[in-house]
Write a protein that binds this ligand. Structure first.
Ligand code: AHR
Length: 495
């Protein structure tokens, strides 16, 4: 097959924020996964697990969304600040009905972002909160001078404001965030947006309206038309399920069939069409293309691992998930002119996680490795690619055999990322890149295995990136073999 990289056509800069993550008070994502507390025997810095933080630093997380998800619309931020012993204990009604004692709150989250060196993105409570409560949260985080909330922040041990830029106005307002109609939400969104203030000329906040589920284009149009002028972006949630028609029987993360392998790849490719159509609907009401699209929840969603709490959404992660990660990141890169942020769900121990933990043990998932292999796309200039793919058919699902994206860094280095979707056939590709010299430096990394291959606590290195051998450069082209069921990243030097 042939892959063409066109260095003369680009959708613009790939925002680093397309490589964002999401961490909710759900199952063992925060508690046990990221936060163990200062008294834990698990090595930690200010309560945050050192092993997990240091692994996550390697993938260069640009932005982290918190505290939910559905949890956000039941969360009252004041419960989570001040002396820990005096914090309220509540019930996490969305996720397993477990006790939430608010040990991890605003200060702890912003400390996590400091340790990860990433931007915070906070989702405020619109479903069961008040405008007053939400506007106070922004004041608490961002007010530099004297004010009731800035004084409270100082009394709680933080002198300087954090200048949190990204604020979500509710979450899934059409569902767990209040079962609202788009017309009602639009009015509410305008009201909230009015009182979420800037507290410094140098740090303007960025307001993200709660957006559509999957293909609810009416939601996007209504909110864009009625409330678009009051916000900076609308969100979109799309999860990849093997059987989207049977929500209560999603299929297993591990013992899946060949049909379920292809159905997941088929379903995940839908992201491309969803982004294109939501963007088209947004732009009908935003002629100046001011509004961004924020895909702030995406990833695979399967049945939980047998024997685990159904409310904790703990699932294993295989090469199938690695392919899903590679395909979606390619799609986001190729929509760099409309998608301004994306956040995979969720960072640790929940859904399509980067990291799994069990007590003091930690294991990196295949999805983690894909984020690491793709990290140089962050901030690079997207390049148009054309892949003359053939189609693979399994039952009613048809998918292309190869899926790609490319970008060019400031120093001219090109990064090509390619997913081979076939579970059985390696693919030889001739990659055409005009101007490439025969003595160019080519360096490749590949993550490959059968679709079921995964890492466990007993065998944490079953799926590991390896050097991609056999890259052969010629004038204006090179050849590469993409193994079956693999994700490859090829750096092409052009000095
Ligand atoms: O990520 C899990 C849940 O999925 C989130 O809480 C919610 O927003 C979505 O339905």
């Amino acid at each position: 097959m042939v892959i063409v990289i066109n260095p003369n056509r680009s959708k613009g800069t790939i925002s680093p924020n397309l490589y964002g993550h999401f961490s909710e008070h759900l199952g063992r994502c925060i508690y046990g996964g990221l936060w163990v507390g200062e008294d834990s025997p698990i090595p930690n810095e200010r309560g945050l697990r050192k092993d997990v933080v240091s692994a996550l630093r390697e993938i260069h997380i640009p932005v982290l969304r918190w505290p939910g998800g559905c949890f956000a619309d039941t969360y009252h931020w004041m419960d989570g600040v001040g002396p820990v012993s005096q914090r309220k204990t509540i019930v996490n009604t969305n996720w397993g009905g477990v006790t939430e004692d608010n040990r991890f709150g605003t200060h702890e989250f912003l400390e996590l972002c400091r340790q990860l060196d990433c931007q915070p993105y906070i989702s405020g409570n619109v479903g069961s909160g008040t405008v007053y409560e939400f506007s106070n949260w922004v004041e608490y985080c961002n007010m530099p001078g004297k004010s009731p909330m800035a004084d409270l922040r100082r009394a709680n041990g933080r002198e300087e404001p954090w200048n949190v830029k990204y604020w979500g106005i509710g979450n899934e307002a059409w569902g767990c965030g209040g079962l609202m109609r788009p017309e009602f939400y639009s009015d509410l969104c305008r009201q909230y947006a009015t009182y979420l203030r800037n507290y410094s000329e140098d740090h303007h906040i960025y307001k993200i309206a709660s957006g559509a589920n999957v293909d609810d284009y009416n939601w996007t149009e209504t909110v864009a038309e009625r409330a678009g002028f009051a916000v900076d972006a609308l969100s979109l949630h799309y999860y990849t399920l093997p059987h989207p028609e049977t929500w209560h029987h999603k299929g297993p993360a591990l013992g899946f069939t060949r049909e379920e392998y292809y159905s997941v790849l088929f379903q995940t490719l839908r992201m491309d069409e969803l982004i294109a159509e939501h963007t088209r609907r947004l732009r009908k009401h935003d002629k100046k293309h001011r509004l961004g699209l924020v895909v702030d929840e995406w990833g695979t969603w399967y049945d939980v691992e047998p024997g685990t709490n159904p409310g904790f959404l703990y699932q294993q992660n295989t090469m199938r998930d690695a392919l899903v990660a590679g395909i979606n990141l390619n799609i986001f890169n190729n929509h760099a002119d409309s998608v301004v942020m994306a956040n995979i769900a969720q960072t640790v121990n929940v859904l399509q996680a980067m990291v799994l933990t069990e007590g003091p043990a930690m294991v990196l998932t295949p999805s983690y490795h894909v984020f690491k292999m793709y990290r140089e796309h962050q901030g690079a200039r997207q390049l148009e690619t054309y892949a003359a793919a053939s189609m693979l058919t399994c039952g009613e699902c048809q998918v292309p055999n190869v899926h790609v994206s490319a970008s060019e860094a400031e120093d001219g280095t090109v990064l090509l990322t390619a997913v081979n979707l076939s579970e059985e056939r390696a693919e030889s590709a001739e990659v055409i890149l005009p101007g490439l010299r025969a003595d160019a430096q080519l360096e490749g990394t590949v993550l490959a295995g059968d679709p079921w291959a995964h890492n466990t606590f007993a065998a944490p290195e079953t799926v590991q990136p390896k050097r991609l051998e056999g890259l052969q450069a010629g004038d204006g082209r090179f050849t590469v073999t993409l193994p079956a069921c693999s994700v490859s990243a090829i750096r092409i030097g052009r000095d």
